[in-house]
Design a protein around this ligand. Structure first.
Ligand code: VGL
Ligand code: ZN
Length: 200
């Protein structure tokens, strides 16, 4: 069932950036480019209904414990200011971009991050923004289902928002076969609703 957007709903478009959504990106998520069109349609619907739209951007320094070369698990991706970190050129963004992963951290959520060294959590400002707008319901789409979409939706749910993930507007990294399906299981167990876009 498509979402009915209203002024108390926020559509969060997670990490629809070249490194994830372009086949030439360094951490290309298979099928990532396929979600752009339906997300644009969803953004238009949300915008028309007076909903709040925000984007997240993975925005890393050149060295971070997140990268394999520095002790993490990922190839270098979404380095601040590079082509890979830019939003996909076919996306029609509406609303602010929240940058995350900007420090020495290995977090995935659009809401907060945890310093890999000190363990200290810090907020990205997204929760404050949603509170300021009087948001009660959060709808999440984008990349990747098994990392940043999952973490962002779980944080939204834990923060008391009615939370929905638009499954056809996400794709999984699937480092291990089945990660995407397991992510859906975790989301549903946490009380997140799984739905699809109006385009489907
Ligand atoms: C992501 C892996 C590493 C994501 C970000 O956006 O899901 N995945 N950094
Ligand atoms: Zn990252």
């Amino acid at each position: 069932m498509p979402i009915e957007y209203d002024a108390e709903t926020a559509l969060l478009v997670v990490d629809l950036q070249n490194d994830f959504a372009d086949p030439k990106g360094s951490l290309y998520v298979r099928g990532g480019e396929e979600v752009v069109e339906s997300i644009n349609a969803e953004i238009a619907l949300a915008f028309e209904a007076g909903a709040f739209v925000a984007h997240t951007q993975d925005w890393h320094p050149e060295s971070t414990p997140h990268f394999e070369k520095d002790g993490g698990i990922w190839p270098v991706h979404c380095v601040a200011g590079t082509w890979g970190a830019q939003l996909h050129p076919d996306l029609s963004p509406a609303g602010p971009a929240i940058r995350k992963g900007t420090g020495a951290e290995d977090g995935y959520s659009g809401f907060s991050s945890r310093d890999a060294g000190t363990g200290t959590a810090s907020s990205t400002g997204l929760a404050d923004l949603l509170a300021e707008k009087g948001i009660r319901r959060v709808v999440v789409a984008g990349l990747a289902l098994d990392y940043c979409v999952k973490a962002t939706a779980l944080d939204a749910r834990a923060g008391g928002y009615e939370t929905t993930v638009l499954l056809d507007a996400t794709r999984a990294v699937d480092l291990e076969t089945g990660d995407g399906e397991r992510a859906v299981g975790e989301l549903v167990a946490a009380g997140v609703v799984v739905a699809s876009t109006a385009a489907r």
